[in-house]
Design a protein around this ligand. Structure first.
Ligand code: ADP
Ligand code: MG
Length: 332
């Protein structure tokens, strides 16, 4: 097994302004090079959990911590936010709030400037990282003039340039359209495999994240971890709908048709799903609803038969309309 890089042990956190803890007894280990997805409904504590890892909790958002959180074996309570920022690069949901530089190049270089890196080396590093995330042709542009997807790449480059091994994304898809979101997920995937990063993605758009593989999905509900599973195993359970996360549509459809989800059928991606295991049940279900439909057909409430109509002679509007409306039907 790989080395643990982030270890929560009986970890709880209560915001200063709250009467109850927001995170309750978190036990979670994330290993080096893993790609982990944290899902949960709005307000369940996902961002709070993420902020514990990058140090915004408790250095920026104050409160009471109990238990232990270690990054690379070191207790985060004993680290500064500066030290933590060397380990963890963060990409927030709203890129605009994260820009500092007047140009894309300056923005990416910000962290290096703080570290007093020599100009030549700074240029080399910015060049390399902007190529990796494919934004190098915009280094002279103003970050605010870019599209949503491009802005996110700039923020990502800025988070990566410091060289930390952990990359944390809080709702990376929130402001992206579906196509750009797909590209973003593919980019994150590449950073894990080529950049050898440990990736943590916080999202409630489960189906979109699963466009590429993730190693594990952590389900958070009301400040607790309620499930920690490989995606295929998780999709076979009912936990997602129980906590209010929308599961991928094809999974809902299969379940609706009475199929028992089998994790071994490449269930995490619709493109590779082995449908043969569900065929018998699908056909059975289809025959049943056809039968139901035919029964309904037996009792029409409204019947049109070759209806023709004209307001004025010579100008027929309806040219022989025939259809039926049956009891219980909803038509448009
Ligand atoms: P999620 O990211 O899953 O939507 P959050 O971690 O943002 O959830 O919020 C979880 C809970 O913590 C919410 O009830 C929210 O009101 C509370 N909370 C979040 N940020 C703060 C803060 N800065 N101060 C006090 N309470 C907060
Ligand atoms: Mg959040």
């Amino acid at each position: 097994m790989k080395n643990p890089i982030i270890v929560f042990e009986n970890f709880s956190f209560q915001y200063r302004a709250q009467k109850q803890p927001t995170l309750k007894n978190i036990n979670l280990t994330i290993y080096e090079g893993e790609k982990v997805l944290i899902v949960g409904p709005s307000g369940s504590g996902k961002s709070t959990l993420a902020h514990c890892i990058n140090g915004l909790v408790p250095f920026y958002y104050e409160g009471e911590i109990s238990g232990s959180l270690k990054i690379r074996g070191k207790e985060t309570k004993q680290m500064s936010i500066f030290e933590l920022s060397h380990q963890v690069g963060t990409v927030l949901q709203d890129s605009d709030s994260q820009f500092i530089g007047l140009t894309v190049g300056e923005d990416i270089a910000f962290k290096l400037e703080n570290e007093c890196i020599a100009q030549k080396m700074m240029r080399e590093k910015v060049e390399a990282v902007s190529k990796l995330v494919d934004i190098h042709s915009h280094l002279e542009d103003g970050p605010h003039d870019l599209s949503g997807g491009q802005k996110q790449r700039v923020t990502l480059a800025g988070a990566m340039v410091g060289g930390g091994d952990i990359l944390l994304f809080d709702e990376p898809l929130a402001s992206l359209d579906p196509a750009t979101g797909k590209t973003a997920i593919e980019l994150i995937d590449r950073l894990q495999s080529e950049g050898h990063k440990t990736i943590i993605i916080v999202e409630h758009r489960l189906e979109d994240v699963l466009h590429c593989d993730v190693d594990r999905v952590i389900v958070v509900s009301e400040g607790e971890i309620v499930k920690d599973e490989k995606p295929a195993e998780l999709l076979a359970l009912d936990i997602l709908s129980q906590v209010g996360i929308r599961e991928p549509l094809y999974i809902t459809a299969l379940k609706y048709a009475g199929c028992k989800i089998i994790p071994e059928t490449s269930i995490a991606h619709v493109e590779t799903l082995k449908i043969s295991d569900y065929k018998t049940q699908m056909i059975k279900w289809l025959e049943e609803i056809m039968e139901e439909k035919q029964q309904k057909m037996g009792s029409p409430l409204l019947t049109f038969e070759k209806v023709r109509f004209a307001y004025a002679e010579q100008k027929e509007i309806l040219h022989g309309i025939s259809f039926e409306v049956n009891r219980g039907e909803m038509i448009s």
